[in-house]
Structures are given as C-alpha cells and as structure tokens.
Design a protein around this ligand. Structure first.
Ligand code: NAP
Ligand code: ZN
Length: 473
C-alpha cells in the first residue's frame, strides 16, 4: 500500500518543487478594510497605519491546498507515514538519532535564553558540531540583533575553530533574506558547513522551505524534523502569527484556592493574590508579549499600569495596553491614559459609544490614545474580529489579564491559545471578590489543556497549558 502512495507523494512534491523553482509566487488582494472608523472624531483605525501583509492570505490557502491535495492523493494514513520518514530528507546519511537529538536539545535550551527579548521574532538556538565536539554555540539574543546561526559561527571563530565541514543544529529554518541582519543561509554557505539539521520549518511568506532549498542548492545537506515538536512548542505563537497574522492569545490570572480573583481587607484596601515571585514571573511574561488586554472593570477597580517592570532592553520596549470598554467610560485621569504617550494605549469601544463620545475621543487622541470600534456579537464584542484587528497592530502575542468576565468571554469565543494560572495557597472566603468559577460557569463546553507545565514560585503553583495539540498549530 505504501509504495504507490509514496510514488504519488513524490510526483506531487516534484510538481510543487518545480513550481517553487520557477519562482512561484502569488499575491493576494489586500484584506477588506471595512473596519468602522469615525474620521470626524479624528480617532484612528489600525488599518490607517498598519496595512495588512498583502501576500499572506492566499499563500495560506495555497499551502492548505497543497497539503490537502497530497492527503487526497495518498490518503491521510499514507501521508502521515511517508511524512515521518526522516531518512528521506538526508538520503539515509543522518547521524544516530540520539546524537542529533542530543545536540538539538542543546540548541533548544540556548533558544530559550532569548525569550522576553527577541519577540516578535522567534526564539532560536544553534549548535555547531565537528568531529563529535561542540565548536560553536549561539542564540538570537535581542530583537534587531544577529541571528542564532551567525552568533554560533562567530563563537566558533572566536575560539579558533573553523566551521568548514561541520554539522549545524538549528531550531528553526535559517532565513534566506537580508532583513535587519544578513541572511543566515548565506553565512552558512560561506562558512562551508556540510550539513544543517533543522528542528522546525519557518512558515513565513519569505521563507517556507526556501532557506532549505538554498542550502541544498549550495551542496549542503539540509533537512527538518529533529525535535520538531519541542521547537514548535517553543515558538507556537510565532508559527501561528506567521501563517495567519493573528495574535497568539494567552489568558493569565491569579486565584486563591477557592477561585477568587481579588480581595480587600477590613479597611477596604485591595491586596495581592499571588506572591512576589509569581508577580516577577508575570513581568517576564509581559516582556514577551506585544499587547496586554483587560476589561474596563479592572481599570476602574485597580487603576493598573500594565507595563513590564523592568521593561525590555530591546525594541519594542513595552507592550501596547488594550482595554475592552464598550461604553467608553474610561476615566481621563487613570494611569493607562496618563502614560499613553510612553506606552501605547488602545481602547476598544462600540461604534455607538464612539459616535456618542466624539469629544472624549478627541481629548484622548491628544494624549496619543488609539480608539477602535469593535462590532458587537451576542452579549459582547465579536472577539474574533477584535483579535484580527490587533494582529494589524503587529501584536503577535496578546496577554489577556482579566478580570473574570473578560477571561470568560475569551474562552467562550474559542480565541484562546494558552492559559497561565497562578494558584495561591489561600482561601479567601467572604473576604474574596470576583469568583472566577461562578463566571466561568457560563462556559458551554469543557476546556481541556494540552502540553501542561507546572512551576512552583515559593508557595504559589503556576499551571500553564495550550488549548490545542501542538500538531494543530
Ligand atoms: N487575580 C487576577 O489575576 C486579576 C486580574 C485582573 C483583574 N482582577 C480583578 O477582577 C476584577 C474585575 O473583574 P470583572 O470580571 O468584574 O471585570 P473585567 O473583566 O475587568 O471587565 C468586565 C467588563 O469589560 C468589558 N468586557 C469584558 N469582556 C467583554 C467582551 N467580550 N465584549 C465587550 N465587553 C467586554 C465589559 O464592559 P461593560 O460593563 O461596559 O459592558 C465588562 O463588564 C477586579 O476586582 C480586579 O481587581 C483580578
Ligand atoms: Zn537568520
């Protein structure tokens, strides 16, 4: 059964590769920009300053069609079996699997060091091995600075080693375009490495297999698939944004054991739920996102700043802050508004409220605030439309920080990719405010988490999970 299937797959791939070699490129029409904006008030729409990438959508459709046509031709089962034949990529000359995995694990560990400084770029690590010795290590350290492969080659040379003839382990497909830094494929070719082992492909429009092709054309053996799952998990948000231009949505909250999100003492002063180490971890998470979103009640109750402290040392220094404020009641003297000139503030209102509060809109515009109108669907906003809009602000990772109503509506709308919950060893009882489980009781479907990790921050427990299996990213 596999033989005819494999033959069909080979023919299809040959056909597709041929089209790629011909310089196959399809441009999609720019997306519909019918986002409601009241120009009379002078309030800005995301579309006016950030045009969507005109190449993305059709490219995705094309890719889907290619994969589906392969599946149709050989059946899903044959597709999966053929796809995982790793030796097909390397002509059967691959290292022992355990060796490849060992070095790729090292590269993945290095990649993790860039988290919080490289976004919206992916975290990438690279290890160079020659004669069984690691001769170079590198990772992408900061947004705008050199990539992992370049740093690893430099590391090699600075210790007097020559990367010629070496095997390179890299966690993401090397780039082949001159972006802010030079193309990594060019550097690898010029370094005369003999093999490049890649964990996961990069689906970005300018890459998507082209990096591998360039290496192969230069006579370097190159293939994808070693520790692919881990690499995809590390940069799941990047893979999603690269394909769909929609942010990866992380919902985060801190709760007591009895599911309370807030509490006040007898003098009415509000207290923290989670401990200092957990809060430090939240700031690390904030450094890795480009947008932090809250509901208006959280602004009214807590007057939060919603910045990463300390902030990043590389651009973008602070994430944008986004408030769901359907009635447009945000106070002009709250911290979010008064700091809008240094950290972007986006207020999502209804079109009706935008029109009814034109003067307020003008005041906010002077403070540098962006006001956007979001269509209503059912009881609240069309969150799918909101997420789509935020993608146009170049928000690749969006952190939803509460409160309970906002979190529930995101989960209900099915737009969440990851949840991060800090559970404090406290029972707040009647002192506690806002019961998350009561609000979440409105969820119609059970929510299952995948790829769960558990961390302890002193007494607090932090539970992180994805809402989809990795292969569905
Ligand atoms: N422990 C934690 O991690 C944490 C984090 C954040 C906040 N909190 C606490 O949570 C409390 C606030 O929570 P909350 O549940 O009362 O309020 P919230 O989620 O902050 O705000 C709810 C309001 O936001 C707007 N909103 C939310 N989702 C919407 C949607 N899908 N479409 C349209 N509008 C939407 C609505 O405004 P309208 O009312 O105008 O319709 C809604 O009433 C505060 O006490 C705060 O201290 C705790
Ligand atoms: Zn690169």
């Amino acid at each position: 059964m596999l033989l005819p299937n494999a033959r069909k797959l080979f023919l299809l791939i040959t056909k597709i590769s041929f089209r790629v070699c011909e310089g196959f490129c399809i441009k999609a029409k720019p997306e519909n920009t019918s986002h409601p904006v009241d120009f009379n008030t002078g309030m800005t729409s995301p579309n006016s300053s950030h045009q969507p990438n005109p190449y993305t959508l059709l490219h995705i459709d094309e890719k889907k069609t290619i994969i589906n046509s392969i599946k149709e031709a050989i059946g899903s089962e044959g597709f999966e079996r053929t796809r995982i034949r790793r030796d097909a990529w390397f002509g059967g000359e691959m290292n022992e699997q355990s060796q490849d995995e060992k070095y790729m694990q090292m590269a993945l560990k290095l990649a993790g060091k860039g988290v919080g400084e490289v976004e919206p770029n992916p975290a990438v690590g690279c290890v160079i091995v020659k004669d069984g010795q690691v001769i170079g290590r590198g990772w992408h350290k900061k947004f705008g600075q050199s990539h992992a492969e370049i740093n690893a080659i430099e590391d090699c040379r600075s210790s007097g080693n020559n990367p010629a003839g070496a095997t390179v382990y890299v966690t993401l497909e090397p780039c082949c375009h001159e972006g802010k830094t030079g193309a990594c494929t060019k550097a690898l070719i010029e370094a005369h490495v003999s093999k490049v082992v890649i964990a996961a492909g990069d689906p970005s429009e300018h890459l998507d297999g082209k990096g591998i092709e360039q290496l192969r054309e230069a006579g370097i053996k190159a293939g994808v698939g070693v520790c692919e799952q881990e690499a995809k998990l590390l940069n799941a948000w990047f893979l999603k944004y690269a394909r769909k231009q929609r942010p990866w949505v992380i919902v985060k909250w801190a709760q007591s054991i009895d599911g309370k999100l807030a509490w006040s003492n007898s003098e009415g002063e509000r207290g923290w739920i989670s401990n200092e180490r957990s809060r430090k971890d939240v700031h690390k998470l904030r450094r890795s996102v480009q947008g932090i979103l809250v509901g208006i009640n959280t602004v009214l109750a807590d007057d939060p700043l919603l910045t990463a402290r300390p902030g990043r040392t590389s651009y973008p220094f602070q994430p944008a802050r986004i408030v769901l404020d359907p009635e447009f009641v945000i106070p002009l003297d709250c911290k979010l508004v008064t700091t809008a000139k240094t950290s972007k503030l986006i207020i999502a209102v209804t079109e009706k409220a935008m029109k009814a509060n034109a003067e307020k809109g003008k005041e906010l515009l002077k403070e540098g605030v962006v006001v956007i109108a979001i269509p209503v669907k059912g009881e609240g906003y069309d969150l799918d439309a909101l997420v789509e809009q935020l993608g146009k602000f170049e928000i690749a990772r969006l952190l939803v920080e509460g409160g309970a109503e906002t979190i529930t509506s995101f989960l209900k709308a099915g737009v969440v990719d990851e949840t991060r919950v800090y559970i404090a060893p406290k029972i707040l009882g009647s002192k506690g405010d806002v019961g998350i489980s009561e609000v979440m009781g409105k969820l119609a479907e059970a929510v299952q988490l995948y790829h769960v990790t558990v961390q302890k921050f002193d007494g607090d427990v932090c539970l992180n999970g994805f809402l989809r299996e990795a292969h569905n990213f």
